[in-house]
Design a binder for this molecule. Structure first.
Ligand SMILES: *Cc1c(COP(=O)(O)O)cnc(C)c1O
Length: 355
């Protein structure tokens, strides 16, 4: 068995992979593959409807919030959010907590003004800024709830008076939050809820329709809402993979159970790092992510050895991002506790062998 700690696309439950394979050969006993059915058939319409209603249920969303499955990854949302929400003369507030925020900021500047209300760039994004002010007239505040590359996570979501937008690509459905307090949430499916190719967007209808620029329908949230997320051919297979992953999540206790498991997994790994003489954590203790655990060694040669040792022991995907170095273990929902126990055991074994 391979223990897959990859940051994205990432580990999925065996049962999900089995159902997805089955659906490729013979979808719901239709004699057809999920890859060859029409998207405007009852066969697929029921997949899309179930995916959307599972999100509503798991996130406990009120009727103001609409659920969409779109194309183009979270990266498209960096553009689509300001294109739909920010007029040219207005100013949007952005929290700069890493590469993904930086990209979002760059896109927003194409549509209006941007005020960077806080940044942790001074320490290579190893912490989440705490005290910052936002001007009252900001059109919205954009935050990245979990910073995949650095391993930091907002533990306390800022309470603000303007609409709150969140990139939750790497911690969607991993912990209990008041999802209704957000006005727009987006997440590429490939990290915590399915396969690459679709992006979840949850949007409060009331923030839409205040724009004075025309938006092409394919980029227009209102057009997608009206079309029930079927404006054009949706990413059929990716939506299916998300739907069965969401079913798995519900069967396994929903968001509350995931939070408990993710807390347990991350605690185990952080304790191992803190008790080690060779492995070291990289971020502020209070901002540590439960999704992406980053750690390094002082000795570059030893780091190389550990990567090789990990590979030999069927540990996959723990090389750190090139901007941080060292290691990163991603502990998304589907990753079992036993994989983290295994990693911790191997880290200890390696440490003992290098003394
Ligand atoms: C991976 C990631 C993205 C980019 O997602 P794509 O689907 O590749 O566009 C954006 N934001 C965060 C926080 C991510 O982790």
């Amino acid at each position: 068995m391979i223990h897959n700690f990859n940051a994205g696309p990432s580990f999925l439950p065996q049962s999900v992979l089995q159902q997805a394979s089955q659906a490729i050969m013979n979808f719901n006993n239709s004699g057809l593959s999920i890859l060859e059915i029409g998207h405007r058939t009852p066969l697929f319409e029921s997949v899309m409807e179930e995916a959307r209603s599972l999100v509503k249920e798991l996130m406990n969303l009120d009727d103001k919030h609409e659920v969409l499955f779109l194309h183009g990854g979270a990266t498209t949302q960096f553009m689509q959010v300001p294109m739909n929400l920010l007029n040219e003369n207005e100013t949007a507030a952005y929290a700069d907590t890493g590469v993904w925020s930086t990209k979002a900021i760059k896109e927003a500047k194409l549509y209006g003004n941007v005020e960077i209300v806080c940044s942790s760039k001074d320490k290579n994004y190893t912490y989440i800024p705490k005290d910052f002010a936002i001007s009252n007239n900001a059109t919205y505040l954009h935050i990245t709830t979990n910073n995949t590359i650095y391993g930091t996570q907002w533990q306390k979501i800022p309470a603000v008076s303007m609409p709150l937008i969140a990139d939750m690509s790497s911690d969607i459905l991993s912990r209990q939050l008041d999802f209704n307090s957000f006005d727009l949430i987006f997440a590429g499916a490939q990290k915590n809820m399915g396969a690459a190719g679709t992006t979840l967007v949850v949007v409060n209808k009331q923030i839409l329709g205040k724009l004075n620029r025309p938006v092409p329908p394919i980029m227009d949230y209102q057009a997608h809402i009206q079309a029930k997320s079927m404006l054009n051919t949706p990413p059929v297979f990716a939506v299916y993979a998300s739907m069965i992953t969401l079913r798995w999540l519900k069967e396994n206790g929903g968001v509350a159970a995931m939070e408990k498991l993710n807390t347990e997994k991350s605690k185990l790994l952080y304790e191992a790092i803190d008790n080690s003489k060779i492995f070291k954590g990289t971020v502020a203790l209070e901002d540590r992510s439960k999704m992406n655990v980053c750690f390094v060694m002082d000795d570059a040669e030893k780091e190389k050895q550990f990567l090789e040792f990990a590979k030999q022991n069927n540990i996959y995907g723990i090389k750190g991002h090139r901007s941080v170095g060292g290691f990163r273990a991603s502990l998304y929902n589907a990753l079992p506790l036993s994989s983290v126990e295994y990693l911790v055991e191997k880290m200890k074994e390696f440490e003992n062998s290098t003394r």
